[in-house]
Write a protein that binds this ligand. Structure first.
Ligand SMILES: [Zn+2]
Length: 409
């Protein structure tokens, strides 16, 4: 089996034109239900039909093209692969589209190579993985996995328009629900979005675990006062206390584990005036790791840090863990299929974890799922400078095709 790297490239380049940005790099902005999104969806459907797949669009705009070769039994569960076609504002051209068009190229490759799967194969694009218009992210896959109902999803709004209206306008509100639990297995190829593969000089990563995410809301209350008339010894400065907290979170992560990360990404300082001692700071904390215990340990150290600040600085504090998603392990048999496919093709792989969330997180809750990564130049993503070499796109697609062929047999 040889993938057609040029055919894959042509599809990704054609898709890159929708919502394309002027300026440096290859940027695009493709938010759900916009004109750019409509054109990207239409092109995808055309390419599925060109490959003689049966296209289905569900009620939230998820798209699946089914390959049902004569060798396949229509009664057995399909295997599926894909990703997403939406982007962040001013995103890159590979994040999402690589996985969608690699899945299509894998099917074309299998057919060209005379592979005879016994299971149907679905090529999938999920609606709004990036969560930039209607939801926080993983929108279409949440519906496909039953985490969110169709009705709830359709009533989501960007402040002016509902998802239902946006999909109607784009002509992509279909019927029913693509149900990921019907699939026997799922694979997603995605750009790595960090530098480990590039540094190792290896074209394909096999994901072991997708990190869990905790979001915490922390608040420090001191006393707002005159910046000129309040002596240093008589202040209860919420921002200097918050500064210690930010550094404590930064120190906690590497102490707890090699893969753990902790970020205070948001500060809201009040009254936020140059001539006033800050009286109140609200902070948003993001904690991730492949090990849930480690995530809990960072949370507990963050709480300890606030207790210490209460004692040492006389501030009052509040801490809420408001969002929590445990790490998701990938399926052993799907990972094995990927490793064996790479070995057959003479392509090197390395095991690594995913620090970013992906639709596969949701799908892994309802069926066996795994992810492959392709190298990201300088680790850059969500940026017009995002780049994956075309030969790496082809190599990772070759592994995807081999793994799909073995899972569908
Ligand atoms: Zn993505």
């Amino acid at each position: 089996m040889e993938v057609d790297g040029q055919r894959l490239r042509d599809d990704i380049e054609a898709n890159a034109e929708f919502g394309a940005l002027d300026g440096e790099g290859r940027g695009r902005t493709v938010l759900t239900g916009t004109e750019a999104n409509r054109r990207a969806r239409e092109y995808f459907v055309e390419r599925l039909e060109d490959a003689r797949l049966d296209v289905r669009v569900d009620a939230v705009g998820n798209i699946a093209g089914r390959w049902m070769p004569e060798s396949a039994n229509p009664e057995v569960a399909a295997v599926a692969a894909g990703s997403h076609l939406d982007s962040v504002p001013e995103g890159g051209i590979f994040d999402g589209p690589l996985g969608v068009y690699a899945a299509l190229e894998a099917v074309r490759t299998m057919r060209d190579g005379g592979v005879k799967p016994t299971r149907p194969i679905d090529v999938v694009s999920f609606t709004e993985e990036e969560g930039q218009r209607f939801a926080d992210g993983l929108l279409g896959s949440s519906v496909a996995t039953g985490h969110r109902s169709v009705e709830e999803a359709l009533s989501l709004t960007d402040g002016r328009t509902t998802l239902e209206d946006a999909l109607d306008t784009a002509g992509f509100r279909g019927k029913g629900r693509i149900d990921a639990s019907d699939w026997d297995a799922w694979l997603e190829l995605h750009v790595e979005q960090s530098e480990r593969l590039e540094r190792a000089g290896i074209p394909v990563g096999v994901v072991t675990t997708i990190t869990g995410i905790t979001h915490c809301d922390a608040e420090i209350v001191g006393e707002a006062n005159h910046a000129g008339a309040t002596p240093m010894s008589e202040r209860t400065d919420a921002l200097t206390a918050a500064s210690e907290f930010v550094l404590d979170v930064e120190r906690a992560a590497p102490n707890v584990g090699e893969t753990a990360v902790g970020t205070v990404g948001k500060l809201d300082v009040r009254p936020n005036a140059t001539n006033v001692v800050p009286g109140r700071v609200e902070m948003g904390v993001d904690i991730r790791d492949v090990n849930y215990e480690a995530m809990n340990e960072i949370v507990s150290r963050a709480r300890d840090a606030l207790d210490r600040l209460e004692a040492e600085r006389g501030v009052e504090t509040r801490f809420d863990r408001e969002f929590d998603l445990e790490p998701t392990d990938m399926s052993d048999r799907c990972r094995k299929a990927a490793h064996e496919a790479a070995e057959d093709a003479g392509i090197d792989t390395v095991d690594l974890h995913s620090g970013a969330a992906h639709d596969t997180m949701r799908i892994a809750d309802v069926t066996d799922a795994a992810m492959l990564f392709a190298p990201s130049r300088d680790g850059i993503s969500h940026n017009p400078a995002e780049w994956t070499e075309w030969n790496d796109c082809a190599a990772s697609t070759r592994v995807l095709a081999g793994a799909l062929a073995s899972l569908a047999r």
